[in-house]
Design a protein around this ligand. Structure first.
Ligand SMILES: O=C(O)CCC(=O)C(=O)O
Ligand SMILES: [Fe+2]
Length: 333
């Protein structure tokens, strides 16, 4: 595994006020249907989504939701030699803990599933294709395809269930969240090299823009690469310590995405980690810290993610579906 710091991405771009207002209106317009759908699914969600981004509020929620942390889990673990308490302490300090490794049979099982199963381009259920046919799918749909998600099809992959049920991950999450953690989402997806994509597609793929995730009051994600990942294969990028230290205007904001320049100015280049690793490599992170995916430049990347939180999940968020009915998303429970 290597972690390397972020290279220079050029000087900050300034924008005229009227440009900024227009851009703001565009961003609000693009997100409003998503937010309204989430609100319909779960009215309490809005409270979390708005106030959960204020560091003081999160600390208060953390104190209020504390309960006895389970010392053991009913299942076994595939991660030998990991101390869940030490990993949780590391996430508390840095926002991230690296060094998990999936056993080879789990890697090859998930990989084989992802090679033989149709995924959904840019999260649209109407754009289904086998990963080897990515280019043909772009031609057929007439659009660049940056990501192919498996959504609820992951239930057909037994190795995914093994990782999701793993005792060590459950204990790391429970120690970190200081309560009995619950799985709130699990997702498997390819990132593909592509061309001519626009901002909207990048946004949908969560690529090339630092952001934080707001899926629960508090949560922790475990990411696993199922292909070798270096700078040519769209590495994940994380900003160390940004989960506990945020500019006030990054807390009192409607938007979770922020430009590189603001992140570099506040946290410093040395805290920005581009995470490389071989197939099977994994890391745990608090997704309230700034992070992003990057575009796979030359080789596709297969990623599995399981997220633990403190509230019961909805079905939509559990598989990372889009909230619109036109995308064929199932109704939330
Ligand atoms: O693709 C990645 O590495 C990160 C994806 C992400 O940040 C997200 O889906 O919210
Ligand atoms: Fe994210």
């Amino acid at each position: 595994m290597t972690m390397i710091q972020m290279s220079d991405s050029g000087p900050p771009r300034a924008a005229a006020p009227s440009h900024r207002l227009r851009a703001l209106a565009r961003r609000v317009r693009a997100r409003l249907p998503v937010y309204l759908a989430d609100l319909r699914d779960d009215p309490k969600w809005l409270l979390m989504f708005i106030s959960g981004r204020v560091v003081m509020v999160r600390r208060a929620v953390s104190l209020m939701t504390r309960s006895a942390v389970p010392q053991n889990a009913s299942s076994d673990t595939i991660f030998a030699g990991i101390d869940p308490r030490a990993a949780a302490d590391e996430i508390r300090a840095d926002g991230i803990s690296c060094g998990l490794q999936l056993p080879e049979p789990i890697v090859s099982g998930i990989r084989a599933f992802a090679d033989r199963t149709e995924c959904f381009g840019n999260l649209e259920r109407s754009v289904a294709f086998l990963p080897a046919e990515h280019r043909q799918a772009e031609v057929a749909s007439g659009r660049p395809i940056l990501v192919g998600h498996f959504l609820d099809k992951i239930e057909q992959c037994p190795e995914i269930d093994v990782v999701r049920q793993d005792a060590c991950l459950f204990l790391i999450a429970s120690h970190y969240l200081r309560t009995t953690a619950v799985v709130i989402s699990s997702r498997l997806w390819w990132s593909f090299p592509s061309e001519n994509y626009d901002e909207a597609l990048l946004k949908r793929a969560s690529q090339e823009r630092f952001h934080f995730d707001m899926n629960d009051w508090r949560s922790v994600k475990f990411f696993f690469y199922l292909t070798d990942v270096d700078d040519d294969a769209g590495p994940h990028v994380y900003v160390r310590e940004s989960h506990r230290r945020k500019r006030l205007r990054h807390q009192l904001t409607f938007f979770v995405g922020k430009p590189d320049s603001e992140i570099i100015d506040f946290y410093g280049r040395e805290r920005i980690m581009r995470i490389h690793g071989p197939a099977g490599y994994g890391f745990a992170e608090d997704p309230f810290g700034f992070h992003m995916g990057t575009v796979a430049l030359r080789r596709p990347r297969l990623m599995f993610e399981v997220e633990y939180g403190i509230s019961p999940p909805t079905r939509r968020r559990f598989y990372g579906d889009l909230p619109t009915r036109s995308a064929g998303a199932p109704e939330a429970k």
